[in-house]
Design a protein around this ligand. Structure first.
Ligand code: FEO
Length: 395
């Protein structure tokens, strides 16, 4: 069922209430999601992106209720990832000559995934435009590495809509469609989670691209991403948030990540939290057992933090696999400008803190020298060492 976005522009996507994970199992989806596809009915009829393959039959059925597929003049594929291109083979079976407007890199990703080099690809680059009648045009803007080499955005003149694809999106099922109707707390939490977990590794390129978009002085009335809410109320607010997030973002927060075998490392984590709070009452302190916390939420908390502390007992001359897995993820997301400290307990060999340091250094954190390393169960004098670590993280 279509929903009107503005004038002759309609949403024809899929609200995916049941989705629980994304990118395999690498991204937890806790609020549902959507794959947004848009139908423009000006003198020319244009479809922008499709939906994930499990929903292809429903997508094409609904699309046929709105338009004769043969009357679609252009298909714009802003990005080749399967959540947006999954219905493409079924659509192309119905309209095999449909021109597909996309970047050169998208020809590679689409042919690589669907093996149809004969499809009618029309390669576009930044600044190219397509007349859609009624005095309106689509202008293409390459969005390389936001978040694939093939990504692009499409700007519609007249109605002033930026179809931004993944950029500015959220994994959030918003039947209400627009940001001003959505639950604000969920909207912003999901927008930040999306940035931290998917786009953060590309922040340098994102910062440059955002400046390029701002320099284009596009008059933007709506930002219509490919997931979640359409930014209708002050769409510039999500662009401004991205500018902040892409610039080594941090809040006055310190996050403590740990796992524990027999509560010794846990006791250090709790004491460290209290010491940080004692020294700096206004600093947000959060403590998470990484074995029992959603790892994508943990990454969002790291993203928010100015410093983190990571703790593990020594086990097998190494650290617990739960902590090692989290540190692998932290490294993958390329956080910058953040401090880190380590802590842990041991019984005999005691390599844990050293392993933690090495992993955090490789992940690009600035390690503080102070640490807490406790043999067997901590005594009060051991726990008091958490104060020096807390101070170093706050300095
Ligand atoms: Fe990169 Fe929503 O796909």
């Amino acid at each position: 069922m279509k929903k009107q976005v503005k004038n002759n522009v309609y949403w024809v996507g899929k609200i995916d209430w049941e989705l629980e994970e994304f990118h395999g199992s690498d991204y937890s989806v806790t609020q549902g999601s959507s794959q947004n596809s848009y139908l423009i009915k000006e003198e020319k009829t244009v479809l922008i992106d499709t939906v994930w393959s499990p929903h292809k039959d429903e997508f094409i059925k609904h699309l046929k209720e709105e338009v004769d597929l043969k009357s679609i003049d252009y298909l714009v594929m802003n990005h080749g990832e399967v959540d947006h291109s999954g219905s493409l083979p079924a659509l192309m079976e119905e309209v095999p000559d449909l021109p597909i407007y996309c970047t050169k890199a998208a020809v590679d990703s689409l042919v690589g995934q669907y093996h149809h080099p004969e499809w009618n690809f029309q390669v576009v680059k930044t600044g190219d435009s397509l007349d859609i009648g009624n005095g309106k045009k689509l202008v293409f803007v390459e969005m390389k590495m936001l978040h694939w080499p093939d990504s692009m955005a499409t700007y519609m003149t007249g109605d002033k809509i930026l179809f931004s694809n993944d950029a500015f999106g959220q994994h959030y099922a918003v039947e209400e469609l627009f940001n001003d109707y959505a639950d604000q707390a969920v909207l912003w939490e999901q927008a930040m989670k999306y940035y931290a977990n998917i786009l953060n590794p590309f922040s340098k390129m994102a910062a440059r691209k955002l400046q390029e978009i701002l320099a284009m002085n596009l008059d933007i009335d709506l930002i219509a991403p490919s997931h979640g809410a359409i930014w209708r109320d002050h769409p510039e607010q999500i662009v401004e948030a991205y500018v902040r997030w892409a610039d080594a973002y941090q809040e006055d927060q310190i996050t403590i990540l740990y796992d524990s075998m027999w509560e010794a490392t846990q006791a250090i984590a709790h004491r460290l939290a209290r010491e940080i709070s004692f020294l700096s009452p206004s600093t947000k302190v959060k403590v998470f057992n990484v074995a029992h916390t959603d790892r994508n939420d943990l990454m969002t908390e790291v993203f928010r933090s100015k410093a983190i502390a990571v703790g593990s007992p020594t086990v097998g001359r190494d650290i617990l696999t739960s902590v090692a897995g989290i540190l692998h993820f932290v490294k993958e997301l390329h956080f910058v400008g953040k401090k880190a400290g380590v802590f842990g307990s041991y019984g005999w060999s005691g390599e844990g803190n050293k392993v933690l340091r090495k992993s955090l250094e490789e992940a690009g954190f600035d390690l503080v020298e102070e640490e807490v390393k406790v043999k067997w169960k901590p005594k009060e004098e051991d726990l008091e060492k958490a104060q020096a670590l807390a101070q170093a993280l706050l300095d």
